[in-house]
Design a protein around this ligand. Structure first.
Ligand code: THU
Length: 128
């Protein structure tokens, strides 16, 4: 974890990002927040589509936004859902690609969270 941003602060940022979720089809709002090595926090939320396959998960929005902002060294990601849901397999693969050394904080809407890592979430991952 970055020295200047605590896990609780990153979870709080993901909680705020969740308020921006565009989830009219599932009504399952997801917020995410990525932490850079310099202590910057980049938010993401899920963005759904009437053509369901066009939906983008909150984690991938945050991760790809970080890359678009030129942030290549990512140290942690927090994910908030109503029930503390775990990141999907697609997002885990993208985490491996863009932040294999990240810590992962998985929180419910009340702020109860558990800590894990990308390597633990996707062992024996396919890579380049
Ligand atoms: N979703 C995420 O944002 N992240 C995940 O890791 C799993 C699922 C979103 C996609 C969709 O908008 C909604 O949650 C229900 O699947």
């Amino acid at each position: 974890m970055n020295a200047t941003v605590s896990p609780q602060q990153l979870v709080a940022a993901a909680h705020s990002a969740r308020k921006q979720a565009y989830a009219p089809y599932s009504n399952y709002a997801v917020g995410a927040a990525v932490l850079t090595e310099n202590g910057e926090i980049i938010p993401g939320c899920n963005v759904e589509n009437a053509s369901y396959g066009g939906t983008i998960c909150a984690e991938r929005v945050a991760l790809t936004s970080a890359i678009a902002q030129g942030k290549r060294h990512l140290t942690a990601i927090a994910v908030v859902t109503v029930d503390g849901g775990s990141p999907c397999g697609f997002c885990r693969q993208v985490m491996v690609e863009l932040g294999v050394d990240m810590d992962v904080y998985i929180s419910d809407a009340a702020g109860n969270f558990r800590s894990t890592t990308v390597r633990a979430l996707l062992p024996d991952a396919f890579g380049a």
